[in-house]
Write a protein that binds this ligand. Structure first.
Ligand code: ADP
Ligand code: MG
Length: 387
């Protein structure tokens, strides 16, 4: 299937631009197993890559022109002059790939233009990071073609800069690092402070387990503003404690830290989530490395409760997924991603997943919610050249 898609993207490129592309690259979407809203607190995250991928057929140009087209968006080829690229000027999807080119050039890399045609199976706006897949596939292609010699983590940093500064979306470093660095059959334990990483075995099928992603299809209109508020609250908490980041609150010292925050209940709740979430990531790593993947179920569910009650970024649909899945025998479940909609993940025995899927679908129908989309997530490979 992957090979057929690569051929399709190549053929699409040739039809649009009248020549063969120099190559085809692929980068995945991701789900975050655990470690939510920790990445802008210098904390730990643990994403893994999805089989859903964004493909890019790409050729270089020498004339300072960037041409962009996506099979997933109606419309003609966009043509941009590299000399015109400037943060905040593009409100369309083209800002993501153009932002990557801008970030590369701003960092002094000699990118002189490109023709790019994209096609993706990562659902956009479902919290599965189609934006990072799009950025990373473009960055990797240009890194290869222009022989820039950048490492994966450096590409991730540049993509984050593209999204933060050029697109104007305040995201952490997790999504781009996941898309660039994940490995098949593993989750990525990432320390967002120094970007050190470790591949943690997460071969669910071999254990008789499955991980379901339930896309609620809810997209919260205010999620950017709410994200900014949470982020500011976390920064306030760190400042009140005299720390660089909430990462520096030791789990053992949490009660004392909360005490010192006085009666700012909102900041106390945010701090408690971040500090306990970092500990949950470390616990998950320890359980997986000791060969006990079933035991992470309750840790995932604890994470959901913390996001719901302390960080307050869940929504009725996400809560219902977790409740219905647990009621039907799931080992654990939680919302994943930024919150206020998007997707939840459910860890279950392989033999229970049909019943769980049915239970979630029935619960949604009974509540009058739109039907969710449920699929299985198999930890897949990170970005790579495919042709
Ligand atoms: P998420 O990353 O959770 O999917 P975002 O809002 O961060 O959601 O990014 C989604 C946006 O990224 C889309 O609205 C679109 O602008 C852009 N995008 C993602 N994938 C593609 C694609 N294949 N073609 C064109 N634009 C895309
Ligand atoms: Mg995104």
């Amino acid at each position: 299937m992957g090979e057929q898609r690569a051929r399709d993207v190549r053929a699409g490129f040739t039809e649009l631009y009248g020549s063969e592309p120099e190559g085809v690259w692929s980068a995945p979407g991701r789900v975050n197993l655990i470690g939510e809203h920790t990445d802008y607190n210098d904390g730990f995250v643990m994403p893994f890559a999805l089989p859903h991928r964004t493909l890019a057929a790409v050729s270089r140009r020498a004339d300072g022109v960037l041409r962009l087209h996506s099979a997933d968006v109606e419309g003609p080829v966009a043509e941009l002059a590299l000399s015109d690229l400037a943060p905040g000027t593009d409100r369309a999807w083209t800002a993501y790939p153009a932002g990557v080119v801008w970030a590369l050039r701003e960092a002094g890399h000699p990118v002189t233009g490109a023709d790019i045609h994209l096609a993706s199976t990562v659902p956009a706006g479902a919290g599965l990071s189609s934006s990072a897949a799009l950025e990373v596939v473009v960055a990797l292609a240009l890194n290869d073609l222009y022989e820039l010699g950048l490492q994966r983590w450096q590409l991730a940093r540049l993509c984050q800069r593209a999204e933060n500064v050029y697109v104007g979306a305040p995201t952490g470093i997790m999504d781009q690092t996941a898309s660039a660095c994940c490995e098949e059959g593993h989750a990525l334990f990432l320390d967002t402070r120094d970007l050190s990483q470790r591949q943690i075995p997460f071969d669910l099928a071999a254990e008789g387990l499955r991980l379901l992603v339930v896309d609620t299809r809810v997209q919260h209109a205010h999620s950017d503003g709410e994200y900014g508020k949470r982020r500011a609250g976390c920064e306030k908490g760190a400042a009140l404690l005299g720390l660089d980041a909430l990462r520096d609150v030791a789990y053992d010292g949490l009660d004392e830290a909360l005490e010192r925050l006085g009666n700012d209940q909102e900041v106390r709740r945010l701090v408690r989530h971040v500090v306990t979430e970092d500990e949950r990531v470390e616990r998950t790593v320890a359980l997986l490395e000791s060969g006990d993947p079933r035991a992470i179920g309750p840790v995932l569910t604890e994470g959901h409760v913390s996001l719901r009650d302390d960080f307050r970024i869940s929504c009725p649909e996400l809560d219902l997924v977790v409740q219905a899945a647990l009621g039907a025998g799931a080992l654990g479940a939680r919302m994943t991603g930024g919150g206020f909609g998007g997707s939840a993940i459910v860890l279950a025995e392989a033999t229970d997943t049909d019943a769980i899927t049915k239970a979630v679908e029935e619960a949604f129908a009974a509540a009058g919610f739109a039907a969710p989309r449920v699929f299985e997530a198999v930890p897949a490979a990170g970005a790579r050249r495919v042709e």
